[in-house]
Design a protein. Structure first.
Length: 465
């Protein structure tokens, strides 16, 4: 009886633990469900005349993270080329089979690492739910939806939460798609992309597009640049970087200098006390042409354009990158002015380089310390408390001896605010502080009960508990 009683008690305890775990999971899920999609945001856009291509961009500002959906006016022929050592894809293997039949409906790019792959299948079900496609795959013209998708890694040290682009966001972006308008910079799937972490540049990045028409031939390129390497212009200069203190300034810094200095430049990155880099990186791209092509030609176009991207991203396609490129032929043009495959590849490669350059946003600058702005002790005390950013990140702020101190107490550091020891916050104004260093960091207490890192486009918000 005693043993049976203990087993019964253990069962009750186990049931309680499971119920608590389920409840906790439900709470986390409900928090994600409360997020409001932001659609087609951003002032910098590529505008082009090609009704066949419709684009929708969605994001959760709280991440920030997002998704970008490319849909076509009818089913199209697609190909894929994978170069990176850590790709994350949905349905890419089907395109590798090389069937000479247009079956592709959409290409989906997303943040959120593996969790973001939900976005690709979400667009498939939206196509069915909206009556665009059905479940019939055995007619002369199969009508079942097919999408492909790839993801970038935008978690880790760059943001202090694990919000991901989910089914709801992807379907909202799909339904908000519009022809000829593509948001550029840190928008959509590129909402919290970064570049150059191999060298410690850790520059903000995003998504870029470019378009060119040569006679009757149309070429469009789209890319989300989250590369381990640096973005390089046609003069060999690094476009975006937070350089080391002794480095040449951006504009004079060449990618060849970083490459030739390797591994010294690498060692500087990883042994410094301020490193925020992540080795999980990816550039995901799409090249679209209106010229009719057979599967072999389209596959070679994908390989040629993808290979060319090593000029603009240095290094490219490393083990720590998940580089994937999709190529699409809309087959709208099959006239006498068709370009041969190598020539079309050269033109498309240059359009893709333009797209990569267009992905780069203006980099935030570091705030200046103003010692005279240090508030009085009672104001400092009002900023004290534990600020929760996520289940992994909490920052403890304390007022000590006329100074404001901060220390991370969760499972993850909060930028240069580490877990081993408290660090002093330097005043910028009466409610804004910073920690001087290689990477800009603004710490804002302007809103009561909240701590905001880098207020603005890339902000992270913690709530005092």
């Amino acid at each position: 009886m005693a043993r049976m009683g203990m087993e019964a008690v253990s069962g009750v305890v186990l049931a309680g633990v499971l119920a608590l775990a389920v409840a906790s999971g439900a709470q986390a899920r409900s928090d994600q469900d409360k997020l409001i999609p932001v659609l087609n945001a951003g002032a910098k856009t590529l505008n082009f005349d090609w009704p066949m291509i419709r684009i929708g961009a969605g994001e959760y500002a709280e991440g920030p993270t997002g998704v970008t959906v490319f849909t076509f006016g009818r089913k199209v022929l697609g190909a894929v080329d994978v170069r990176g050592g850590g790709p994350g894809t949905v349905n890419a293997d089907y395109l590798r089979l090389g069937y000479n039949y247009p079956e592709l409906d959409a290409v989906v790019f997303a943040g959120g690492s593996w969790y973001g792959l939900e976005a690709a299948t979400a667009v498939e079900t939206a196509l069915k739910d909206d009556g665009v496609r059905d479940g019939d795959a055995f007619t002369d013209e199969p009508n079942i939806a097919l999408t492909v998708g790839s993801i970038i890694y935008d978690f880790g040290p760059r943001r202090l939460n694990e919000i991901y682009p989910d089914k709801r966001l992807a379907q909202a972006a799909y339904r908000a798609a519009r022809p000829g308008i593509f948001p550029q910079g840190a928008e959509g799937a590129g909402r919290f992309a970064k570049t150059g972490s191999l060298f410690g540049c850790n520059a903000y990045s995003g998504q870029g597009g470019a378009y060119k028409q040569i006679g009757d031939i149309k070429i469009a390129a789209f890319t989300v640049v989250n590369a381990l390497g640096v973005v390089t212009d046609r003069q060999g200069r690094v476009v975006s970087c937070y350089p080391g203190a002794s480095w040449p300034k951006v504009g004079a810094l060449k990618s060849s200098d970083l490459m030739q200095a390797f591994p010294d430049s690498y060692k500087e990155t990883w042994t410094g006390p301020e490193g925020q880099a992540s080795r999980k990186n990816t550039t995901i791209s799409l090249i679209v042409v209106n010229q009719k092509m057979d599967p072999a030609e389209l596959q070679r176009l994908a390989a040629q354009v993808h290979t060319s991207m090593a000029r603009a991203l240095q290094p490219f396609a490393t083990m720590a990158d998940g580089d994937v490129l999709y190529a699409v032929s809309t087959a709208e043009y099959d006239g006498p002015a068709k370009m041969n495959s190598p020539s079309l590849g050269v033109a498309a490669s240059e359009v893709m380089w333009d797209a990569i350059l267009n992905s780069q946003p203006v980099q935030p600058q570091a705030p200046k310390v103003d010692a005279k702005a240090m508030p009085k002790a009672d104001v400092l005390a009002s900023f004290a408390g534990d600020y929760v950013f996520s289940q992994r990140v909490t920052v403890k702020v304390s007022a000590e001896g006329g100074k404001l101190m901060a220390q991370a107490t969760g499972a993850q550091d909060a930028y240069v605010i580490g877990r081993k020891a408290a660090v002093e916050l330097q005043p910028v104004s009466a409610s804004v502080f910073t920690i001087p260093g290689r990477y800009p960091l603004t710490i804002d207490f302007s809103t009561p009960g909240k701590l905001v890192f880098n207020p603005g486009h890339w902000q992270q918000t913690g709530v005092r508990r």
